[in-house]
Every structure is written in C-alpha cells, then in structure tokens.
Design a protein around this ligand. Sequence first.
Ligand SMILES: [Zn+2]
Length: 173
Amino acid sequence: MKEYQKLKQAKEYLEDYIRSNGMRMTPVRLSILEAVFAFDTPYTIDQMKEYLDEVYPVARETIFNNLELFFRIGIVLKRPIGSGAVEYETCFETQTRHHLVCKMCGQIFEFRDASIEQYLSEKRYRKFKMSNCSVTIYGLCSRCQNKIKRERRKKQKQMEVKNQTDNKRKSQK
Ligand SMILES: [Zn+2]
C-alpha cells in the first residue's frame, strides 16, 4: 500500500474513533499522526519530538498522550527497550483485525487492539514462530442481549399474572 493511502486510511480510522468517543481531531493530533507515518523504523518519544520540532513543535506530553492513544487503537505498536524506556512502531497496515462473534445471531464485529498483538508477540511457542495473530471473542451482541432481557421480562410478567390468578382462585375457594 502506498504511504499516503495508509495515512489516509489511518486518518479516517482515527477520525471515526475520535468522533464516536466525543474527542476532537486537533491539528496537533493530525500532525502527530502524519509524523507516525513518516517513520519507517521504530522511534522513541524523544525521536518523535525531534522530528516534530522541525515541522510542528508539540509538547512532549502531548506526543506521549497521542502515541498512547494510537497504541490503544492499533495504529502503533509499543515495546520496552530497557530502563523504563519504550519505542513505538507504526503498524497500521500490518495490523491484524480481531473479531467479536455473536453466538445468537452470528453477527461479526471487527476490532483492532494492539495490546493483544503485543501480549502474544512476547510469547514463545515451541517449534513455531508467530507472524501475526487474529483473536475471535464469542459472546452476545447488544441487540441479542436486549432481546434476551425483553424475553425474560415478558416471561416474568406472565408468571406474575399467572400467580395472581392462581392466588385469586385459591382465595375464592
Ligand atoms: Zn447477536
């Protein structure tokens, strides 16, 4: 994929995330995202700051906060490099999508979570080298959860009505 296409996709993805989480897409956030795609090797926060100082100076803390956000939503990977320092690496294009599968209706929802890849990449498997991973989580979608709740409430109501009539009958006897 061409660099600008990757950036365009990442931008759309980030905008969707930001909008649905009531955050704002600021020029600062955008320039940090652009900087993330300017690196083709891993980088530390200091290296990112050095790069940004040339084009769009940003406070170190802001860089940190945004890289952490990008990490959480799967645009960058993060790994420790000793003495408490970490380096980041852009991973958007190789990012594996994970899936949430509803056991009732079968609907599949895609999601990204870099922390899953990070956790698994640190694992060692005998006679096996992992290249990437995909996690499937089974459960119930919100529609099915609500449907179950409604059905339960309905059944409970029916039981209550039945008990009431039973009681009435008993007291009439
Ligand atoms: Zn469902």
